[in-house]
Design a protein. Structure first.
Length: 488
C-alpha cells in the first residue's frame, strides 16, 4: 500500500505536466525528408490505388423563351440536361426535369393549336390567323430544337405517340402559316364522292390510250356515268342521266337529307318503269331511298306517305318492314284526322296495296306479331272509311280501287256496295279509257272469283256487270280479228 501511494503523483503535478499541442510548423520540421528508398519499400507493402476523379457538374440547359414557357413550369434556377447527352446516362433528377420541360412545351403547343382552330371557327382576320399560327409554330420549333440532340427512349411509354403527334402538328402549323387549310384525319364526304368521278375518268383515259396503242379508231369521249348524290336527284328528271342517277342513289342515298330523299321519291314515281332493265334500276334506287327514310317516317305527312307507298307498288318492293312502318304511320294519321282520307286517297291506297299483294308483299302479314296487329287495324280503318264514303266515290275512283284489293281484302258486303255505286254511275260504259279498263278488270275478277256472288247481287248490279262482260268479249273478238292474217 505504501509503494502504491508513492507511485501515484499528486493531482497538481499531473495537471502541470500535460504537454501542449505541437505547432504546425514544428510538425512539418519533424517529418522525415523524401527518401526514394523508403518510398519504394512503402509502395511494395501498400500499392497505390488510383483515386476516381469527381464528376464535373454539368452546365445548365438554356431555357426556352419566357413568352412561350410559363415561369412556374420552367424555373430558372434548375439545371437541365445537356443537349446531345444520352438519356440512359442521366440521373433520375435530370430525367424528371427533362420530362417536365417536355410536357410544358407540349402543353404550350396544344394551347396554341387549339387557339388557332378557335380563331378559324370564328373567322378571324387573316393577319390574326397568321400571327397565332406563327406563335404556335415558334413553340413547336423551340420544342424541336430542345429535343434535337437527345437520342434514345426518354423512359415514357407514350413518347413515340407524342412525337408522331408533335410532328403532325408542326406540319399542319407550317401549312397554316403558308396560307393553306388545315387538313382533318377523316376524309370529307365530298372527297369520297369525287373519288368515284376520278376513277371513272381514269378508266376512260386508260381505254383511249389502249385503243391508240393498238392503232384502233379512238372512240369519242364517253359521258361520265358517275354522279354525286345531290346531282343524281336532279338527274332523275333527265332521261340521259337516269340510269347513272339510279346507280348512284342505290349506293349513296343514305347521304341525302330528308327533303332530297322525298324529292327523289317524287321523281322516281313520275319517271315510271318502261322496261325490265329500268324497272330493276328504279327498284334498287327506291329500296335504298325508302330505307334511308325509315328514321324520318314519323315526321312525314299523308301525301308524302302515299307517295312512298305508290313507289313501293310501282317498283314491286319486297321489304315487309317498310310496308309495316307506312301502314302504322297511316293508322296514326287517320286517328288524328280521318277527314283527310278522302275518296282519292282511299282509292290510291287500295290500288297500291293490291299491287303489292300481287307482287308477293301482303298487308295481312307483318315482320312481327305487333306489326300484324297494326296492319290489321289499318286495313279495318280503311274499310270503315270506304263504307262511310262509298256514296261519294266517282267512277274513276271506283275503277282505281283495283281488282286485287277488292277480292283479297274486302268482304262481300263492301263489294256489293261498290258494285251498286258503279252501276248507279254506269262507270266505264260511256267512253273508252282508263276507267273502262279498270271496271272491265274488276268485272272479270269478280265473275271468275265466285259465280255465287254474282247470283246474289240485285238485278241492277247484274245488268251492269252483264254490259261490262259484253264489252269485254267484243274487245277480245276484235283483237282476235285484227291479229288474224288476211285472206288470200
Amino acid at each position: 500500500g505504501v509503494i502504491g501511494k508513492e507511485l501515484e503523483p499528486p493531482m497538481s503535478q499531473e495537471i502541470q505536466e500535460v504537454p501542449e499541442p505541437p505547432v504546425e510548423g514544428a510538425l512539418e520540421e519533424e517529418l522525415p525528408p523524401d527518401d526514394p528508398e523508403l518510398d519504394a519499400v512503402w509502395d511494395s507493402f501498400f500499392p497505390a490505388v488510383p483515386v476516381p476523379e469527381e464528376a464535373t457538374e454539368q452546365p445548365d440547359l438554356p431555357l426556352a423563351p419566357a413568352a412561350e414557357v410559363p415561369a412556374e413550369e420552367a424555373p430558372l434556377d434548375e439545371a437541365g440536361p445537356v443537349k446531345g447527352k444520352d438519356v440512359t446516362s442521366m440521373s433520375r433528377r435530370e430525367r424528371i426535369r427533362l420530362l417536365e420541360r417536355e410536357e410544358a412545351l407540349l402543353t404550350q403547343v396544344d394551347a396554341q393549336f387549339a387557339g388557332q382552330e378557335a380563331a378559324a371557327a370564328v373567322s378571324l382576320a387573316p393577319e390574326e390567323n397568321q400571327d397565332s399560327a406563327q406563335l404556335a409554330l415558334d413553340a413547336a420549333h423551340a420544342l424541336h430544337e430542345h429535343l434535337q440532340g437527345i437520342p434514345g427512349d426518354s423512359g415514357d411509354p407514350g413518347s413515340d405517340g407524342r412525337a408522331a403527334a408533335r410532328r403532325e402538328r408542326i406540319a399542319q402549323l407550317e401549312r397554316g402559316v403558308a396560307g393553306e387549310r388545315f387538313v382533318e384525319d377523316e376524309t370529307e364526304s365530298t372527297e369520297k364522292s369525287d373519288a368515284h368521278w376520278l376513277d371513272a375518268r381514269r378508266q376512260q383515259r386508260k381505254t383511249r390510250l389502249r385503243q391508240k396503242a393498238r392503232g384502233e379508231v379512238v372512240s369519242p369521249e364517253v359521258e361520265i356515268n358517275t354522279l354525286l348524290p345531290e346531282d343524281a336527284v336532279e338527274g332523275l328528271a333527265n332521261d340521259s342521266q337516269r340510269e347513272a342517277a339510279c346507280k348512284c342513289l342505290a349506293r349513296q342515298a343514305h347521304r341525302l337529307s330528308t327533303e332530297r330523299l322525298l324529292k327523289a321519291v317524287e321523281l322516281l314515281l313520275l319517271g315510271g318503269c318502261s322496261d325490265e332493265e329500268s324497272r330493276g334500276l328504279t327498284s334498287s334506287a327506291a329500296e335504298a331511298i325508302l330505307g334511308s327514310l325509315a328514321t324520318a317516317m314519323g315526321s312525314l305527312s299523308l301525301e308524302q306517305l302515299m307517295t312512298c307507298l305508290k313507289l313501293m307498288a310501282l317498283t314491286g318492293q319486297q321489304e315487309q318492314t317498310t310496308l309495316d312502318m307506312l301502314l302504322a304511320q297511316l293508322l296514326v294519321l287517320s286517328r288524328r284526322d280521318s277527314s283527310s282520307f278522302n275518296c282519292g286517297v282511299l282509292s290510291d291506297f287500295c290500288a297500291a296495296v293490291g299491287r303489292l299483294h300481287d307482287a308477293g308483299l301482303s298487308a295481312k302479314r307483318g315482320a312481327s306479331s305487333s306489326n300484324c296487329t297494326a296492319n290489321r287495324r289499318c286495313l279495318e280503318m280503311v274499310m270503315q272509311l270506304i263504307t262511310r264514303q262509298v256514296a261519294e266515290f266517282k267512277d274513276h275512283e271506283l275503277a282505281g280501287l283495283g281488282a286485287s284489293f277488292v277480292l283479297n281484302y274486302m268482304d262481300d258486303v263492301l263489294r256489293r256496295l261498290l258494285i251498286r255505286q258503279a252501276a248507279t254511275l254506269q262507270a266505264g260504259l260511256a267512253t273508252e279509257g282508263p276507267t273502262r279498263d279498270g271496271m272491265l278488270q274488276l268485272e272479270e275478277a269478280v265473275r271468275t272469283h265466285s259465280f255465287a256472288f254474282i247470283a246474289s247481287l240485285p238485278d241492277e248490279s247484274k245488268d251492269y256487270l252483264l254490259k261490262l262482260k259484253m264489252i269485254r268479249e267484243e274487245a277480245a273478238a276484235s283483237a282476235v280479228l285484227s291479229s288474224a292474217p288476211p285472206e288470200p
